[in-house]
Ligand binder design. Structure first.
Ligand SMILES: Nc1nc2c(ncn2[C@@H]2O[C@H](COP(=O)(O)OP(=O)(O)OP(=O)(O)O)[C@@H](O)[C@H]2O)c(=O)[nH]1
Length: 282
């Protein structure tokens, strides 16, 4: 390689906002890029000879150690990970480790670490309901579609949970209190459904629950009534009792999305017609 080509490569590496580094077999740095130096508040010269743990800390070092061992055994590694920054926010990154060889012998590895925090944050925002932190309608539609398209022939349950007279809660107590009710309501839904399924906020005061591989009529009614009674007995506001109506139905991969949604809507409508604060499974 000519000197010009070498200088060009160096310039590319040194002007890219990505962490590049090289370590030897003892995990001591032999090179860090200027961006790496800036992020870790160290000079390039100071880093040479230091161990990875001296720069990124013992905890991160221990977490990554199996990857270091694998790359020093000749494997090329790429993985996604994160750590919690001192300000409590997560920092996401994508790391690529490649063995560095000299005359067929591994003498260390090269590391490339790309900050993916912005990408991950956008991804999370696109999937999450901002007020309640539950998964949003887009996520509901995606999961439902995956179940309807799958080869899995087992039956699942879909519940539509709707707060009763929510408009009057807003009207009487104000929109801010209404928001607080929605957040507490979401926590009850999550806590009650737990690992049995997934909870989504699909509209203002409308929530969907998908219970995969659950189709036992008795169990569905039990779970739905547990949910309904927990909401009724929780003190969601200081002055007003809050209740919810629930509609539910079972489905499998042969179900048609529009029929299924119409059926669960119909079940909820029946609960509302029957006086609210009740469960209808069709
Ligand atoms: N506070 C608050 N209110 C919301 C939000 N999204 C929708 N709403 C309100 O939710 C209310 C829903 O009212 P309706 O659809 O009439 O239903 P309801 O009053 O709950 O009546 P039933 O469902 O028939 O029992 C409307 O007043 C919306 O303005 C939100 O994010 N926060």
């Amino acid at each position: 390689m000519s000197q010009l080509e070498l200088d060009t490569y160096k310039q590319l590496v040194e002007t890219t906002p990505v962490l590049f580094y090289v370590v030897d077999v003892n995990l001591n740095y032999t090179y860090i890029s200027p961006f790496f130096a800036r992020i870790h508040n160290i000079t390039q010269e100071e880093a040479v000879g230091l161990c990875i743990s001296d720069v990124i800390g013992e905890e991160g070092f221990k977490g990554n150690f199996p990857h270091y061992q694998a790359v020093l055994n000749g494997e090329s590694i790429a993985y996604d990970s994160f750590f919690i920054k001192p300000d409590g926010n997560p920092h996401y990154y994508h790391a690529i480790y490649t063995p560095l060889e000299d005359s067929g012998e591994i003498i260390g590895f090269t590391g490339v670490v790309i900050d993916t925090t912005a990408e991950k944050t956008l991804d999370r925002l696109a999937k999450t309901d901002e007020l309640t932190s539950l998964k949003n309608r887009r996520e509901f539609e995606a999961y439902l579609e995956s179940l309807l398209k799958s080869d899995d022939a087992q039956n699942h349950t879909l519940l539509l949970v709707d707060i009763d007279h929510f408009k009057s809660i807003n009207d009487d107590l104000g929109h801010g209190e209404g928001d607080k009710v929605l957040v507490k309501f979401a926590r009850i839904l999550e806590g009650t459904i737990a690992s049995a399924g997934d909870v989504y906020r699909v509209g203002g005061e409308e929530f969907m629950v998908i219970l995969p591989h659950m189709s036992d009529d008795t169990l569905i009614k039990e779970k739905s009534n547990e949910l309904r009674s927990k909401i009724e007995s929780a003190k969601l506001t200081a002055t007003r009792r809050v209740t919810a109506s629930i509609g539910g139905t079972t489905f499998n991969h042969k179900s048609v999305r529009s029929d299924l949604l119409r059926k669960v809507d119909g079940a909820l409508y029946t609960s509302k017609e029957n006086g609210r604060n009740c469960v209808t499974i069709l």
